[in-house]
Write a protein that binds this ligand. Structure first.
Ligand code: SAH
Ligand code: SF4
Length: 356
């Protein structure tokens, strides 16, 4: 593969340059190639039947298309599928397909995407955080997760569901791979390719000062911010690195977004039994929610190995939710799927260690 270029890692403009400079073809040919790569999910140039034979030969000499290979699939009893994927350099990452049934009765899935191999943020409750950081993923690798999952679905199920929504909630902190994240989002939107609209994409971040505003106002994805604690003190205990950016400053930044952006923003609140689920915590959280016009997702903690935390009791969780509703805060308890295969939020890592 040396000196060959991986076309999956190019955005539209870059592919256009490749088409004109390397293939010596007119610009408009880019759409054709782009469509094969992203809409038709083809990696073998020989299958690109409307590309001239001579061009296919040059393509094979100068370029290639890499799709991460599926090393393992784990299926949950609730229909969630977790994939262990191998990247070009042998690094392993995980991506998850979460099923849902749409109003019209058709099957749909949401895909949870990783953006980094490991994560540098070290949040105390998160399995990925315990791995530490290895490297950023490229656009080809980030979007390659969709290509691998689509290939699997098309290959295994004749009446396969479509990947409807994307959530960047897998391994890694998306904003610490900012440039590639933005590039990937633009590629995702391209109408001649994967054609995902902004409403179908959510990027979750623990709140990184650099890039948060730009992403929040970019109109490329909905934003979800991992709050997890209602005070700076508690947040610093749970997510020491993320909390270096003071909670007050994070909130001020979020407040400064225009209303349109704020209204579609989600705050994620991981509920840890006995840690951040008291009535006092609810009170503080209400203050925060009254400042931001945002939805609140309550995520009961998913157990991870050797963890000091536990999930809240169902009674306490309901009491917590009730206290928020009483003050008109829109809070929704998010039941995690795929817990039995460790595919739920924050559980992505176990397979990694076994296979390494
Ligand atoms: N780094 C980003 C996105 C990946 S984590 C972020 O932190 O937002 C995706 C979500 O899973 C985050 O809200 C994260 O806090 C949550 N999470 C991490 N560990 C968890 C656990 N053990 N149980 C439930 N949710 C967890
Ligand atoms: Fe990284 Fe998000 Fe896990 Fe924190 S919760 S360690 S930011 S992946």
């Amino acid at each position: 593969m040396q000196n060959k270029i991986n076309l999956n890692s190019l955005d539209y403009q870059e592919l256009e340059l490749f088409v004109t400079n390397e293939l010596k073809l007119p610009k408009y040919r880019t759409t054709q190639l782009w469509n094969w790569i992203w809409a038709k999910n083809i990696i073998d140039f020989e299958q690109m039947t409307d590309v001239a034979k001579e061009t296919r030969k040059i393509l094979a000499e100068k370029a290639y298309l890499f799709r991460p290979s599926i090393e393992k699939t784990s299926k949950s009893k609730d229909g969630t599928i977790k994939f262990l994927l191998k990247l070009e350099d042998g690094e392993l990452i995980e991506t998850v397909l979460i099923p849902s049934v749409a109003k019209d009765g058709n099957g749909r899935v949401t895909q949870c995407l990783s953006t980094q191999v490991g994560c540098a943020m070290g949040c105390t409750f998160c399995s990925t955080g315990k791995l530490g950081f290895t490297r950023n993923m490229t656009q080809g690798e980030i979007l390659g997760q969709i290509q691998a999952a689509r290939f699997y679905l098309e290959d295994t199920k004749p009446e396969h569901p479509i990947i409807r929504n994307l959530v960047f909630m897998g391994m890694g902190e998306p904003l610490l791979n900012f440039e590639t994240l933005m590039k990937s989002l633009k590629t995702l939107h391209h109408p001649k390719g994967l054609a995902f609209s902004v409403r179908r994409i959510t990027v979750s971040t623990c709140g990184i000062q650099k890039g948060l505003k730009e992403l929040g106002e970019s109109n490329l994805a909905y934003l979800a911010v991992s709050l997890h604690a209602p005070t700076q003190e508690k947040r610093a205990m749970l997510m020491p690195k993320a909390a270096k950016w003071h909670l007050e400053d994070l909130l001020t930044a979020l407040e400064s977004y225009n209303l349109h952006t704020r209204e579609r923003m989600t705050l994620e609140y991981l509920v840890l039994g006995g840690i951040n689920d008291t009535q006092e915590d609810a009170k503080e959280l209400i203050k925060i929610c009254s400042r931001l016009k945002a939805k609140l997702n309550l995520i009961p903690y998913n157990d991870t190995p050797n963890s000091p935390y536990k999930a809240p009791t169902p009674e306490n969780l309901l009491k917590f939710e009730k206290a928020l509703w009483a003050k008109n805060v829109t809070a929704i308890i998010r039941k995690s799927k795929g817990q039995d295969i460790e595919a739920a939020c924050g559980q992505l890592r176990a397979e990694y260690e076994i296979h390494k």
